[in-house]
Design a protein around this ligand. Structure first.
Ligand SMILES: [Zn+2]
Length: 423
């Protein structure tokens, strides 16, 4: 069988289980497999995540059930790619599947990497319950490795301990884990301003949770002037400034930082695969801007969040389709996807209510009728929760499936609702 067929053409041709090993990869195509994994990694590192994901996904189709070792590397690479793109839900599921294969093969080195990816996804999803068990397994896997192979795993392990301590608000432990995490950094990373900014933001977060906002501000000062190479990290730091200044009761500088954060957030729209960041950071920022009385800016932030929510729902739908296709999903996993989707649909409704409240509070806001201009924006009515794509009529939100890639949204009131309100 040729290995270069498209997966959809092969669907159904390759048995998921091959007990006789008749179709095991030969040594030659194992080398080809490794080369393609590297190709995918290069694409991901260069920011071409969709292309990288496609490489790993195709590989997974080819080797699933035929070569467990090759399957493990494809699964883990795909989990890492999803994690890089902020698709934490999928990253979690794939890392769990990869860890199961690594356990079966007794591959401790890859098991440690899978557990690191899994803890990272759980941290982003704010799920702490499975972490203590995973952390014990993580530690044991590293200890079984030869001493000269332990460093990367130990670094990831310290990061995962820190993530768990932050999630459970065990701040004393978090301070210790942060110090250990920094110690395990290779020297070249210590000089990387983006990595430094991430660490300082984590340190500031520990003080913020502990209620010591002055200490948090002093730590955030250290991020000033750092050349942060990843725009989503720059947004995270900027929003954290607003959060801490707000908690310190310093509203004027908080508002100033809020404007700055909004500009950075708006810059993220043109960055592919920042849906998670736009959603999570935008939601916080919109809330603070609203509290600080900056209605117009809060409205703009909600426009960004609403677009990210729609994109996220589309991603979950794609996930629900592809998990069974990849042979990964059981009823429980699919139920989790369904529940997560329900959560985002509820969130969508919440955003509409907040935007409608903002517009009502604004004197001229109700008059902000959404025109039918062809400027690339999708228009959403915050009153009836219908949406108007550029070239079509008004649709209920649930009937709209965004194409992949960043989406631009503007909220207001549709002509019909505006008419009704005037009566
Ligand atoms: Zn309407």
């Amino acid at each position: 069988m040729k290995l270069s067929l498209h997966p959809r053409e092969r669907a159904g041709e390759i048995p998921l289980h091959d007990p006789l090993g008749m179709r095991s990869l030969t040594a030659m195509n194992r080398a080809e497999h490794q080369a393609r994994i590297r190709e995918g990694e290069v694409l991901c590192m260069g920011g071409q995540l969709a292309e990288g994901e496609r490489v790993f996904r195709d590989l997974l189709f080819e080797v699933r059930g035929r070569d467990r070792k090759a399957e493990l590397s494809a699964l883990h690479s795909l989990a890492v790619a999803y994690g890089m793109g902020g698709r934490n839900f999928e990253a979690r599921m794939l890392a769990e599947a990869a860890a199961a294969v690594a356990r079966e093969l007794g591959d401790d080195k890859t098991l440690a990497r899978c557990l690191g990816s899994l803890c990272g996804a759980l941290f982003c999803l704010e799920v702490s319950e499975p972490m203590p068990r995973l952390l014990d397994e993580f530690r044991d896997a590293i200890q079984r490795l030869p001493e000269d192979e332990r460093a990367p795993g130990t670094h990831e392990y310290c990061g995962s301990l820190l993530a768990h301590a932050l999630l459970t608000r065990d701040l004393g432990a978090a301070v210790g884990h942060l110090a250990r995490y920094e110690q395990t950094f290779p020297p070249e990373d210590v000089r990387d301003p983006t990595a430094t900014a991430v660490l300082r933001a984590l340190e500031a977060r520990i003080h913020y949770f502990g209620g010591d906002q002055n200490a948090a501000l002093a730590v955030l000062e250290k991020t000033e002037g750092l050349a942060i190479s990843r725009p989503n990290i720059a947004v995270e730091v900027a929003v954290h400034w607003v959060e801490v200044l707000r908690a310190a009761g310093r509203d004027a500088p908080a508002l100033e930082r809020g404007h700055q954060a909004l500009r950075l957030l708006e810059g993220l729209i043109d960055e592919p695969f920042t849906c998670y960041d736009r959603l999570e950071k935008g939601r916080k920022l919109a809330h603070y801007l609203d509290e600080l009385g900056a209605s117009e800016e809060a409205h703009r932030a909600y426009d960004i969040v609403a677009a990210a929510v729609l994109e996220h729902i589309a991603q979950l739908d794609a996930c629900a389709r592809s998990l069974p296709e990849l042979g990964l999903a059981g009823d429980m996993q699919l139920q989790e996807v369904v529940n997560a989707r329900k959560g985002y649909v509820a969130e969508q409704s919440q955003i509409m209510k907040r935007v409608a409240a903002l517009l009502e509070r604004d004197e001229g806001g109700v008059a902000r009728v959404l025109a039918h201009e062809d400027d690339g924006f999708v228009r959403i009515c915050a009153w009836c929760e219908r949406l108007k794509p550029q070239d079509r009529g008004w649709l209920p939100l649930g009937q709209f499936v965004p194409r992949s890639g960043p989406l631009r949204i503007t909220h207001g009131i549709c002509p019909a609702c505006a008419e009704a309100l005037r009566v």
